[in-house]
Design a binder for this molecule. Structure first.
Ligand SMILES: Cc1ncc(C[n+]2csc(CCOP(=O)(O)OP(=O)(O)O)c2C)c(N)n1
Ligand SMILES: [Mg+2]
Length: 935
């Protein structure tokens, strides 16, 4: 069969069934729409055409698959290791090569006409032309990884977008001038800071300045995409330039921060370094509209702000009712070393599409300067690119040469389109370099002389782009010099002005929602009561299974029991108290958000916020707290992924934006909260002091030495108490359901917000005595200290304790029929309840000493804190310790040993001879001889 016959035959088949001839010929025949014999292609295919087209198809697919390996990504070029093997670990031969020969395509076929697929133009066309098009698309200054995406709709969408544009921007002269101006302006600012504040840390953006026009075009496109808010989280690198160019912080303010010439004592705390500060602005768009841009304050701990930004964005979306999550867009900037090195990145990526945490997609921008402080890429990661971790998600990764700002502008736009279309993250890996050392006092040539020789000779991003613009007639060299001079002059004037009249830091506000609740900590009581009828109504609703719904038999028994106890106004247990707090708040219009590992059911099967129908053949559930009343506030309750750092960071971020919701994070066991220690130390405890950021977040940490071993016994109360200062948060160890109820309600009823850390019970969830009469919910309120009703005239000794040990002590006292010992419970440990304690102790004026009893080992729990607290706040009372000896692991896992320890603890507490009287509240160091119980 000759060529014409071959095509005629295909054409005949196509007329009968277009699908029979394959995509390429289908396209071709559709376009020619008449007999190919009448309009033969320039070069007709030869006899084994179908096979050869399949080889071409394979080669073209390989471009899509691994084209990025051959893209021109590294601005430092071949001299500094070829892009495709810059890790220098393996021979380039291990990667698929994109040569026709490697795909069994003969040299002569370069001029044969083949199909290039549905999208790419020209097609059909000589292979030579097709390959040029693919080379441009996949191996230019953008390399894209997208074939790890399983969803064929996403793949098709990307192919369509990329092949129809050849991954090239179409920018007007005006747009190019904007890019140039951004680069010149950024360079001028960086140089000015360098000269004016020699050696001061600013973490220069030089080498990665393309980030600025990239971000600029991104925020400028807000109107087109219906975006109202961008929430940015960024790193140290280039933050000051970004603050100036994108968030419009004036140079005067930036300079004043370097001079530290403003009034000291921000937020009553020490403030923070300038490259951690948050800021916000209303950015004006071309059409006259505005987009709000906020940058989150962040701790030095790289990437720790990632989940915080997600939480903020989610809360903003919830506040706006942005259910499609298209109006609020998070942008995260990362360093290359941090992105691949910090586990929180993976945790945050994993949140991205979960029902409780999705934000509709984040634009990730990696400033891939090929180094982390002194550590080269080859020692920073085991993956090829720093972004490989993101391939866990079905999202594209665009690697972009940072010397081509137009490519970044294009890729950023595509990323945003992708995000708005698929509600997924998108990753931009900006391949660049770091012109100077890690910071301005750092010498990079100690460790990277070779790299820095290349960098020294490498023209700046602005210089290279300026050259391009000059050649294209966009802006002449002279014009560029004039623009730079203008920037420099205006910066000089700003510097002079800032020296004459320093600008105090104008940190971002927390938003108008905070206005009514921006008071300082106060002990003033708030009304947290709920009338008994409402409580009963809530209680009955929450324990009534809807008609036709079948809950698990065990749950049914529990619900029946609880229902009748509400009917009879019987005492209420812990889980019901929590449900009453949630339910009453929801009815009062306060949204409640609870998340934690297995929190919806409850780790201890105590909560059951959502019921599942055991008879239904398809999953069917109901959440009674959502159906209390039509006008109630929303309940958002989610089982979190198995993450502490990420999820707590998220909930913290959420609480920053929505102070009118009760936002609660629960650890599975309190012990696991230490996986989120960075969020606890560097945000929850210190954000107000550093950045004036307030939060009413609640942490529930199941706590108690109950024989479950070292890692299931402690919410690490001592750590929170050590972090407590200047009324930065509230730390509670509660013992009654009513106290818990009032503490939760108090949290959103006050005119201020402070984080609330609650050590929550485990065995007390089902302890007969750990119940509260319904009247305690309808009357009174939270009490910092629970006194003892014993007859003061009989009291000879006072035990002070906190948490579950109270019930053990009380049971022993009752068993012994003792009336000479009072037991006082400290429910709120911080802020220190000096007045409440004194009021309880003063009931027994004869007793001027107390014994602190705790079930945590001596080095843990509240002992050292209480010892110091008594000395400082209640010096008239001596306090002694009785409890376990110190322990390096916190708790025993051996049941018998635990029981023996516990027996000694409870018996010994009532034996005054066991407690040696020493002035232990004067100094812990003096009383190491003190007798303690020994296990
Ligand atoms: C969790 C954490 N560990 C260590 C540091 C100290 N540190 C600050 S910047 C930096 C290097 C970061 O490298 P990279 O992420 O590539 O960003 P670059 O500075 O290159 O822009 C290190 C180790 C830190 N800030 N946070
Ligand atoms: Mg780096």
């Amino acid at each position: 069969m000759n060529n014409t016959h071959y095509i005629e035959e295909l054409y005949r088949q196509w007329r009968q069934d277009p699908a029979a001839v394959g995509q390429a010929w289908d396209d071709y025949f559709r376009r020619t729409a008449s007999s190919p014999a009448e309009q033969p292609p320039a070069q007709a295919p030869t006899s084994n055409m179908a096979y050869r087209q399949s080889r071409v198809d394979s080669l073209l697919w390989a471009y899509r698959d691994v084209g990025y390996l051959y893209a021109h990504l590294n601005p430092l070029g071949g001299d500094y290791g070829p892009t495709h093997d810059y890790l220098n670990r393996t021979s380039p031969d291990v990667y698929e090569k994109l040569t026709p020969k490697d795909f069994g395509i003969a040299e002569e076929d370069l001029d044969t006409v083949f199909s290039a697929g549905r999208v790419m133009k020209p097609s059909p066309a000589p292979l030579r032309e097709i390959l040029t098009a693919f080379q441009e698309t996949y191996c230019g200054t953008i390399g894209v990884e997208f074939l790890h995406i399983q969803d064929k709709r996403i793949r098709r969408w990307l192919i369509e977008k990329m092949e129809s544009t050849r991954n090239k921007p179409v920018l007007s002269a005006e747009q190019k001038r904007i890019i140039l101006n951004d680069l010149l302006r950024t360079e001028a600012l960086e140089h000015m800071l360098h000269q004016a504040f020699v050696g001061q840390k600013r973490f220069s953006l030089e080498g990665s300045e393309a980030i600025v026009p990239g971000l600029h075009f991104l925020v400028d496109s807000a109107g087109r995409h219906g975006i109202e808010d961008f929430v940015i989280g960024t790193t140290h690198r280039g933050r000051l330039s970004i603050l100036n160019t994108i968030l419009h912080m004036t140079p005067e303010e930036i300079f004043s921060r370097f001079e530290e010439s403003f009034q000291a004592g921000i937020h009553g705390g020490g403030g923070d370094v300038k490259y951690h500060i948050g800021y916000e602005t209303d950015h004006t768009l071309d059409d006259g509209g505005t987009v709000h841009i906020s940058m989150a304050s962040n701790a030095s701990h790289l990437e720790s702000v990632d989940p915080v930004v997600q939480g903020k964005a989610r809360a903003m979306q919830d506040r706006k009712g942005d259910t499609e999550r298209k109006q609020v867009v998070p942008i995260l900037l990362h360093g290359d070393a941090a992105f691949s090195g910090q586990g929180i990145v993976a945790e945050t990526l994993n949140l991205s599409s979960l029902p409780g945490y999705a934000t509709g997609g984040t634009i990730h921008i990696i400033i891939n300067n090929q180094i982390g402080f002194t550590t080269p890429a080859s020692e920073a990661r085991s993956s090829y690119f720093p972004t490989d971790i993101a391939k866990a998600l079905p999202v594209p990764i665009f690697h972009v040469n940072g010397d081509d700002p137009e490519a970044l502008v294009y890729a950023a736009d595509l990323a945003l389109q992708f995000r708005q279309t698929f509600a997924r993250d998108c990753v931009l890996d900006v391949f660049c370099y770091r012109r100077h050392g890690h910071n301005e006092a750092d010498e990079p040539a100690f460790t990277h002389p070779y790299m820095y020789q290349i960098i020294a000779k490498h023209p700046s991003v602005a210089a290279l782009y300026g050259q391009r613009c000059a050649e294209a007639g966009i802006a002449s060299k002279q014009e560029q010099v004039a623009v730079t001079q203008e920037h420099v002059d205006s910066l000089k004037q700003a510097l002079d002005r800032s020296r004459e009249e320093p600008i105090s830091p104008t940190d971002a506000t927390q938003g108008p929602d905070w206005a009514p609740i921006s008071g300082d900590y106060s002990r003033e009581a708030v009304d947290t009561r709920v009338d008994q009828t409402t409580l009963q109504r809530i209680g009955l609703h929450l324990n009534t299974v809807p008609e036709g719904f079948h809950v698990h038999r065990t749950l049914e028994r529990i619900l029946t029991r609880k229902r009748s106890s509400f009917e009879e106004s019987a005492p209420v247990d812990w889980a019901s108290a929590e449900a009453l707090a949630f339910g009453s708040l929801l009815l009062e219009g306060v949204p409640v958000r609870l998340s934690g590992e297995d929190s919806v059911r409850g780790t201890f099967s105590q909560r059951h916020l959502r019921w599942w129908d055991t008879h239904s053949e398809t999953p069917r559930s109901c959440t009674p707290l959502r159906t209390l009343a039509p006008e109630q506030a929303p309940l958002w309750a989610f089982d979190s992924p198995l993450s502490e750092f990420g999820v707590l960071g998220f909930e913290y971020g959420y609480s920053l934006v929505n102070p009118h919701a009760l936002v609660v994070w629960e650890a599975q066991f309190g012990d696991f909260a230490n996986g989120a220690q960075v969020i606890i130390d560097n945000y929850i405890a210190s954000a107000e002091c550093k950045w004036g950021r307030r939060s009413g977040l609640v942490l529930l940490l199941p706590h108690g030495n109950e024989g479950q071993g070292p890692d299931h016994s402690s919410g690490r109360l001592e750590r929170f108490l050590q972090l407590a200062a200047r009324e930065n948060m509230q730390v509670c160890n509660l013992t009654t359901p009513a106290q818990y109820f009032h503490a939760l309600r108090r949290q959103v009823k006050r005119c201020f917000r402070k984080p609330l850390v609650v050590m929550t019970p485990k065995s007390l969830l089902r302890h007969r005595a750990a119940v509260s009469p319904l009247s305690d919910f309808a009357q009174g309120g939270f009490q910092e200290v629970l006194g003892d009703p014993s007859n003061p005239a009989e009291v000879e000794r006072i035990l002070v304790c906190s948490g579950k040990v109270y019930y053990d002590l009380a049971a022993r006292r009752e068993a012994e029929g003792r009336t000479d010992t009072a037991i006082i419970r400290v429910e709120q440990l911080y802020p220190f309840p000096a007045d409440a304690l004194r009021a309880c102790l003063d009931r027994s004026p004869r007793v001027r000493e107390v014994t602190w009893v705790q079930d945590e080992p001596r080095n843990l729990g509240a002992w050292t804190y209480m010892c110091d607290g008594f000395a400082r706040h209640v010096p008239e009372i001596e306090i002694y310790y009785f409890g376990r000896e110190e322990s390096a692991c916190g708790a025993t896992a051996l049941t018998k040993r635990f029981q023996e320890e516990q027996r000694q603890l409870i018996e010994g507490a009532f034996d005054p001879t066991r407690v040696e009287r020493r002035a232990s509240n004067v100094s812990m160091h003096q009383d190491t001889q003190e007798r303690e119980i020994s296990a």
